[in-house]
Write a protein that binds this ligand. Structure first.
Ligand SMILES: Cc1cc2nc3c(=O)[nH]c(=O)nc-3n(C[C@H](O)[C@H](O)[C@H](O)COP(=O)(O)OP(=O)(O)OC[C@H]3O[C@@H](n4cnc5c(N)ncnc54)[C@H](O)[C@@H]3O)c2cc1C
Length: 558
């Protein structure tokens, strides 16, 4: 049996749900598919907040400029203008739907400071903002009666005559592979955090959608731009929200010095993430760290503020690092957090492949350019999720039924069966994934150079060879997480190589991409995006100019 829908959304995080709700309002038949139950999506983990220029004295232009500057002038300004202009209405819509945003003493929606922002414009629900928004969005999804395929794992897009016409997915409960046909498909599969180790991301963030779209022929963009968050716990890599610094926590080195004054004399700890991560790594590399970390001091904020506005990170630090942040500073280090790159789309979510759309963390519009500002990503999911949902629905109305045969299903079944039937040669997915993650962190992290990137390239090719022998030990059909992790690793290896290739190619330093061998930003040669197209012999590179509307590149200081 072939399932059929007009618009099919892959991913039920904030971007996917927002897209589905919008498409549904345009009167087409919509379905949403997710490898986990929707409220377990990583959007749930967002802590700090969502940006909008809603407050007195703030303006969308100021929000847009901060975002352009934060992006180190790589962000496309037409898209950034849309993000900043539509932000106030998007946040109010969430409030009207029922998100219980924290309020100030006057009863108005409360804001907190966030990195790289010239004023406090981050709206929040304590330090569980993502969870609060995701639950409310899910209510709206349920209310809309949109068909949900929960715990279905998408493995491949079906492309016919240059157009995306469907996909294959494993129903995880039964292990059965299905074919779903659609006139338009929106990829909203979130981030690829697990390509790095450690990472702030959930274990499910394996970049599947980006890699599946890339394999199908869609272009990826800005893949060298990988964000390290300045405050992650040593070991687990769990996130300590930027909201802590927004509330006034500061960073110390082993000499008890508030070192950010040397690197960002005006904004200090609230400089943008790339700047703070580089500063911390420099302190650590020059011997002023504490066991590979620096210290985040929250004590002066007082127990009451911590327990009301930062209670989740209090619990995380206690459970995962054994530190009570009301009593002692917590060791933190820069850790992998967010890819600015992803599936290249226009401002309505259209990918470079016909019939395909993308939104949220899986997409690159590019509003974040070389470095994303904190609290701009939740915003990106709802604004560009809505726009992609609308564009996909309107296009679906004009598109004839694809009428797929079940041949693609048989092909994909054969591919997966071959994987399951591989003989055991001692290679496990977990081991290959770990070696990839550690290598990515070492050679494509905060600081990079050609020698390290070449080493990484060799390692990734070795890992690709090792992947050919990775074994699926579990032969059962019900919730075969072993098989799932082997399929996910395939996607991750493609994305790791995409990062390595583009990072080697960009011979300058911009945003999160810092080349020790090319320390300067080079607008003359590199004020452009790098696009990547999948090719069996290796990725093919092309370029796209950055869209500049009103802000010419300037020297970037905080
Ligand atoms: C710890 C943490 C804290 C954060 N805090 C903030 C913050 O305070 N403010 C902010 O703006 N941003 C924050 N971010 C970033 C932000 O939360 C994410 O970028 C955003 O929520 C991503 O939403 P999404 O809808 O694109 O993807 P996700 O919420 O990650 O959802 C992805 C969906 O895709 C589905 N999926 C994936 N692969 C497949 C497959 N193969 N088949 C079927 N389904 C699939 C998953 O099941 C899931 O439903 C944070 C991120 C992390 C990790």
């Amino acid at each position: 049996m072939i399932y059929k829908h007009d618009v099919l959304v892959v991913g039920a995080g904030l971007a996917g749900m927002r897209a589905a709700i919008e498409a549904n309002q345009h009167g087409v038949d919509v379905a949403i598919i997710s490898k986990v139950y929707p409220v377990r999506s990583h959007s749930n983990a967002a802590q700090g907040g969502i940006n909008a220029a809603l407050g007195e004295g703030d303006s969308w232009e100021s929000h847009a400029f901060d975002t352009v500057k934060g992006s180190d002038y790589l962000g496309d300004q037409d898209a950034i203008e849309i993000l900043a202009r539509e932000a106030p209405a998007a946040v109010l819509e969430l409030e009207h739907w029922g998100v219980n945003f924290s309020r100030d003493e006057r009863g108005y929606l409360g804001t907190r400071n966030f990195g790289g922002a010239s004023q406090a414009r981050t709206f929040f629900v304590a330090d569980i903002t993502g969870q609060a928004i995701l639950q409310v969005m899910f209510e709206q999804l349920v209310r809309s009666r949109i068909k949900m395929y929960n715990e279905w794992f998408v493995t491949k897009l079906v492309v016919d005559n240059g157009r995306v016409k469907g996909l294959t997915a494993i129903e995880l409960r039964t292990g059965q592979l299905h074919l779903i046909q659609a006139k338009a498909i929106i990829i909203a599969t979130g981030g690829m955090g697990r390509v790095y180790e450690p990472s702030t991301n959930a274990l499910i963030n394996t970049g599947d959608g980006m890699a599946i779209a890339y394999r199908a022929g869609a272009k990826l963009m800005d893949m060298e731009m990988m964000q390290y968050h300045p405050t992650t716990l040593k070991g687990s890599g769990a996130l300590i929200t930027e909201g802590a610094r927004g509330e006034g926590a500061y960073l110390l080195n082993s000499e008890g010095e508030r070192f950010m004054k040397k690197y960002a004399p005006n904004k200090l700890e609230l400089a943008s993430r790339d700047v703070v991560s580089r500063a911390e790594q420099t302190e650590i590399n020059e011997g002023r760290g504490v066991n590979g970390c620096v210290l985040l001091d929250c004590r002066h904020l007082g127990k009451e503020l911590i327990m009301t506005k930062l209670s989740q990170i209090h619990e995380l630090a206690l459970d995962l690092a054994g530190v009570d942040i009301t009593q002692e500073p917590v060791p933190v280090r820069p850790g992998f957090h967010y890819p600015m790159g992803g599936i290249k789309t226009d401002v309505d979510g259209r990918a470079t492949l016909e019939g395909l759309y993308a939104a949220g963390e899986a997409a690159c519009i590019s509003v974040h350019g070389g470095n994303r500002l904190g609290a701009n990503s939740l915003l990106d999911t709802v604004i560009f999720g809505r726009r992609a949902g609308r564009a996909a629905a309107l296009a679906a109305k004009e598109t004839p039924e694809p009428n797929l045969s079940d041949a693609p299903l048989a092909d994909e079944e054969a591919r997966i069966r071959a994987l399951v039937n591989r003989p055991y040669k001692g290679e496990l997915a977990a081991k290959v994934r770990w070696d990839m993650g550690v290598a990515m962190d070492k050679y494509a992290g905060v600081f990079r150079d050609q020698q390290g990137l070449d080493t990484l390239g060799d390692l990734l090719h070795e890992l690709r060879d090792r992947y050919k022998n990775v074994h699926v030990g579990d032969k059962s059909r019900t919730f075969n997480t072993n098989l799932q992790s082997v399929l996910e690793l395939d996607y991750m290896l493609d994305l790791a190589l995409a990062v390595q290739v583009t990072a080697s190619h960009r011979t300058e330093s911009r945003g999160a991409h810092t080349r020790l061998d090319y320390p300067q930003r080079d607008d003359e040669h590199w004020l452009k995006h790098i696009l990547l197209e999948y090719h069996p012999d290796g990725p093919k590179i092309s370029y796209l100019p950055v869209t500049i509307t009103r802000w010419q590149p300037q020297v970037r200081t905080y």
